[in-house]
Design a protein around this ligand. Structure first.
Ligand SMILES: NCc1[nH]cc(CCC(=O)O)c1CC(=O)O
Length: 340
């Protein structure tokens, strides 16, 4: 059974890697691996947005599940967030714009799971939905992209920089108050096209998306977290299901990456405690060194773009509840500093 599986997947390097891994795992975990190959497994339908990045993410999850013996198909959909391109997301409802239509498909049973960039997932999911797992994180940092300038420091006074994220706007102004920051919306290809057309001197966007789409050669500089602290969940993928689908929650459990899950839980708690929405400039970024989770956060006044509160704390963490507690402590520190 496994040999034919290997043949069928041999065109896909990720899948082949996983099958090889499964083969070696078979030698000591035969009973468990056998259950992945059971022919009675029902097909899993993934609801996905149709941007190149969303499709890459859905296909990534599809390959991982196929390597575990599941039949998987994709259901492409357009969300409100994809349609509204002329306004800043913070002005039209923010987070949730990219996920609501996908949740409707899960609710109606047209799809089983939805793959999201965790950054776009609201802190509190609607009643009846759950995050089944968080997967291993790509580069969580922000990237500087420009056809002419190698870094933020190289930009001339008054240069036009594109970003629609209030967080990036506030952090950029703190680094370079002279810059002229202008709104930039659209999927990755649209944003790069607008840069290439000369509408901006530089743009700032998540490194993760560029790397996933093999556009890493466009990156001139990756911001250190000390300069540009990332958004909660940036670079991580989360898989959403209906909470009553325990079958899927069990099937997805092997795709979880616990260190990433601990980090993004702490980050998302900061956002949740401060009422997390796109209309508030907020950064939260955690790193794990052994069991030690260090969480940095920054908050900017949406009315007064240069005022910034920054804080950080560390704790020994091995459960999601402990990561959540660290997030609450950091949120309280931010509040004490004037945030919220
Ligand atoms: N808000 C849009 C968004 N949501 C997820 C990503 C890609 C990076 C990621 O997975 O966090 C992006 C693009 C960006 O911020 O530049």
């Amino acid at each position: 059974m496994l040999a034919s599986e290997t043949d069928a997947l041999s065109a896909h390097p990720v899948a082949v890697g996983l099958v090889l891994f499964l083969e070696s795992a078979l030698s000591f975990a035969l009973p468990v691996s056998m259950t992945f190959q059971a022919p009675s497994l029902p097909p899993i339908v993934i609801a996905t947005r149709e941007s190149r990045l969303a499709l890459w993410q859905a296909e990534h999850v599809q390959a991982l599940l196929q390597a575990r013996g599941h039949a998987v198909s994709l259901l492409g959909m357009t969300t409100l967030g994809d349609q509204i391109l002329d306004r800043s997301l913070s002005k039209v409802g923010g987070k949730g714009l990219f996920v609501k239509e996908l949740e409707t498909a899960l609710h109606d049973g047209r799809a089983d799971i939805a793959v999201h960039s965790l950054k776009d997932v609201p802190m509190e999911l609607p009643e009846g939905f759950a995050l089944a797992c968080v997967m291993e994180r790509e580069d969580p940092h922000d990237a500087f992209v420009s056809p002419r300038y190698a870094s933020l420091q190289d930009l001339p006074t008054g240069a036009v920089v594109g970003t629609s994220s209030l967080r990036r706007q506030v952090l950029l102004q703190a680094l370079r108050p002279d810059l002229n920051i202008q709104p930039l919306r659209g999927n990755l290809d649209t944003r790069l096209r607008k840069l290439d057309e000369g509408q901006y001197d530089a743009i700032v966007l998540a490194a993760a998306g560029l790397k996933r789409l093999n556009l890493h050669e466009r990156i001139r500089m990756i911001f250190a977290p000390t300069e540009m602290l990332p958004a909660a969940g940036q670079g991580a993928l989360g898989i959403e299901v209906r909470s009553d689908r325990q079958d899927l929650i069990a099937a997805l459990a092997p795709l979880a990456h616990q260190p990433t899950w601990l980090r993004v839980t702490a980050e998302r708690t900061v956002s949740r405690c401060l009422g997390g929405s796109c209309s508030m400039p907020l950064a939260a970024h955690a790193v794990l060194e052994g069991q030690q989770l260090r969480l940095d956060a920054a908050w900017g006044d949406p009315e007064q773009h240069t005022a910034l509160v920054r804080t950080s704390a560390s704790a020994n963490v091995s459960t999601l509840a402990e990561a959540d507690a660290l997030g609450q402590a950091v949120a309280a520190q931010l509040r004490a500093g004037g945030a919220g």
